[in-house]
Design a protein around this ligand. Structure first.
Ligand code: BG6
Length: 481
């Protein structure tokens, strides 16, 4: 465990990710007394900034609801300073090293260094190299956190891994997929393997289909140019949603240790069919029906004839004894009617005869907003009636655990990294297999100009064809979605 005497260096400290996620998470941990004592935090980036400008920038998204937290924010900032320098060459890293040593001299050994790379892919390897060469404190004393994009297809991802592997050991690398830090995603293992009533029915005999959906109520809003080369599949499906799928579908791990869990995730992903264009629906949002919200191509930097995909639904098939024939649907979209991420496990029909047309059971695990788990079930309407209704067993977190603070995903992951726990980070072979599943499809979409995503209105439920497409895959809407 990295304890007292730890320095955390955030590279890319002037960027958006650092401002919106990394520093607020570090502050969240600090506020709750979860960072090592006397930790030093150093921001490193190319931009010229005074210490004051730096503090101003990184504290923009801090949550400080009361005077006490404002005071804590001040204290936190006293422990963080800025070092300006380039990502190539030696000079910047040497200065960074001197700065760290300055702090370390004041603290008893052992000294640890955690490097957080909140960097664009173009400078990523340079930085990993510079850090290793000039700022590396020796084995067992350094960890490096890296963030997506881990390439844009299988070949580029491998290139990145091949560049990184001679520099940093797999045990030192922590690849963030922030969905693995979300409370409900962290709950999946215990839910699945800690409840006999679920684990006993968790297969093709009882489950009809599984949907993992990601819906955002806003468009790319200014990020359209960047998004144009990426699209929703690379942005959230190949990583976040596939990670959720792998935990939902994997076999019982030998233990809940990091390697046992990651072994099972890789195994199940190896049973997933490589995707092709017949397995998907693609969409791109146009203006809202009332014309008030712009379409995707109205965004700055987006060409009028852009074929970028802002909505996708994909049908994945897992060929193993447990799941053969059960559709796993991953779907994600921007500019939809609501913001919601959830898992919906739909069970098979009950045997007909006793009561006709009973709606199917569904287990819904809401990842956000308002974390909850509910089981849709049939029950007799109470009172002097024989009617049946659909009701639910409902575990909504903000009612049941109203006094528990649910941490931000990034807080949880940074803490795991300080502890040296790899469970919720992506291993290199996991990354490889996840790109394998998607690469052919992504290349086809990128290259084949005859593939044009279907338009849907900003604020709608997505492309028209979706409903029928889901029905064709066995999903029965029971009026409660
Ligand atoms: C990021 C994507 O990885 O995840 C964004 O790049 C997306 O486009 C975001 O908005 C969603 O994360 P969250 O935590 O807000 O659900």
């Amino acid at each position: 465990k990295f304890g007292d005497g730890t320095t955390i260096v955030v590279l890319g400290a002037s960027g958006d990710l650092a401002k919106k996620k990394t520093f607020p998470a570090l502050f969240g941990l600090y506020r709750n007394g979860l960072l090592p004592k006397n930790v030093e935090i150093i921001g490193y980036a190319r931009s010229k900034m005074t210490q004051e400008e730096y503090h101003e920038r990184i504290s923009h998204y801090f949550k400080t609801p009361d005077d006490q937290s404002k005071e804590q924010a001040k204290k936190f900032l006293e422990n963080t300073c800025y070092v300006q320098g380039p990502y190539d060459g030696a000079e910047g890293y040497q200065r960074l090293n001197e700065k760290i040593e300055e702090f370390e001299k004041k603290k008893p050994e052992p000294h640890y260094r955690l490097f957080y790379l909140a960097l664009p892919p173009s400078v990523f390897l340079e930085a990993a190299n510079g850090l290793k060469k000039y700022v590396y404190p020796g084995e067992g004393k350094a960890r490096i956190i890296i963030e997506k994009p881990f390439g844009h297809d299988l070949a580029s991802s491998r290139e990145l891994q091949d560049g990184l592997a001679p520099l940093w050991k797999e045990s030192e690398i922590f690849r963030i997929d922030h969905y693995l830090g979300k409370e409900m995603v962290k709950n999946l293992n215990i839910l699945r393997f800690g409840n006999q009533f679920l684990s006993a029915v968790w297969d093709k005999n009882t489950i009809s289909n599984v949907q993992i959906s990601f819906k955002e109520p806003f468009g790319t809003e200014g990020r359209g140019g960047y998004f144009n080369d990426i699209g929703i599949i690379r942005d959230v499906i190949q990583n976040h949603l596939l990670q959720v799928l792998s935990i939902l579908a994997m076999e019982r791990p030998v233990t809940f240790g990091a390697e046992d869990i990651r072994d099972e995730k890789v195994k199940v992903l190896r049973c997933v069919d490589i995707l092709n264009i017949d397995d998907v629906i693609l969409g791109q949002y146009g203006p809202s029906e009332d014309g008030k919200k712009p379409g995707y191509t109205d965004d700055d930097g987006v060409p009028d004839d852009s074929r970028a995909v802002t909505f996708a639904a994909l049908h994945l098939q897992i060929h193993n004894d447990r799941w053969e024939g059960v559709p796993f649907i991953l779907r994600a979209g921007k500019a939809l009617d609501e913001g919601k991420v959830e898992i919906r496990v739909q069970f098979r029909d009950v045997t007909k005869g006793v009561v006709d047309h009973l709606p199917r059971n569904e287990l819904v695990i809401r990842i956000q907003p308002s974390e909850s788990i509910y089981m849709k079930m049939n029950s007799k309407l109470p009172g002097l009636t024989a009617k049946n209704i659909v009701t639910d067993l409902d575990l909504t977190y903000n009612r049941r655990y109203s006094d528990v603070r649910i941490p931000e995903a990034y807080e949880s992951l940074i803490l795991d990294c300080l502890k040296g726990d790899h469970t919720n980070f992506v291993r290199n072979d996991e990354l490889d297999i996840s790109w394998k599943i998607f690469t052919d499809l992504l290349h086809k979409i990128d290259e084949d100009k005859s593939i044009v995503p279907e338009k849907y209105a900003y604020g709608s439920r997505g492309p028209e064809r979706l409903k029928q497409w889901l029905r064709d895959r066995g999903y029965v809407r029971n009026g409660t979605e």
